[in-house]
Ligand binder design. Structure first.
Ligand code: ATP
Ligand code: MG
Length: 152
């Protein structure tokens, strides 16, 4: 899909284009500026985890189109060492020893869907989704456009 955006992550500077692309895609999908900022913040966290814990990786952002809602999916993947105790890290109250950021638990709270798949020695993939409900007027306009196109 042409709408999909990928940003390679190798150092902190790569967070800048990753954040910018996320904001741009979020605004294109009709998210509020506040939500666009929350999505960019979540991206900063997973990008920083790639840099600090895995070295290099890649972040892919995808628009999701449904009748009643639009979504922005973020897939942050690396071939780093993997995470030992995913459940432990996600448990509420966990604070990482030298943590400076929101960490994964904070990132989870920012987004609507959150999934980690990680295998020791193979790598980690964190998948995040934020949804935006579409209001009825927006859906009605789209149906009308569709009807006009079918006629024309
Ligand atoms: N992509 C990754 N590859 C390997 N280990 C990871 C990865 N992401 C997170 N981890 C492990 O999970 C732990 C928790 O991550 P989390 O982001 O919550 O905290 P942190 O990165 O240690 O600190 P911060 O609060 O600054 O984010 C990390 O300390 C690290 O051991
Ligand atoms: Mg972190």
């Amino acid at each position: 899909m042409s709408d999909e955006v990928a940003v390679d992550i190798a150092n902190d500077a790569d967070m800048v284009p990753a954040r910018a692309q996320a904001r741009a895609l979020a605004l294109r999908l009709g998210f509020s500026r506040t939500d666009a900022t929350l999505i960019a913040t979540a991206i900063s966290e997973v990008a920083r985890n790639i840099v600090v814990h895995a070295g290099t990786g890649r972040i892919v952002m995808k628009p999701l189109y449904e009748q009643e809602r639009f979504g922005l999916m973020v897939i942050a993947a690396d071939h780093g060492p993997g995470i030992q105790d995913v459940d432990g890290i996600l448990q509420s109250g966990y604070v990482s020893p030298n943590g400076l950021g929101l960490g994964l638990p904070g990132t989870r709270r920012l987004m609507d869907e959150f999934e980690i798949s990680s295998e020791i020695g193979t790598g980690t993939t964190v998948t995040l989704v934020k949804w935006r409900q579409r209001d009825e007027l927006e859906q009605l306009r789209e149906r009308r456009r569709g009807a006009t196109q079918r006629k024309g």
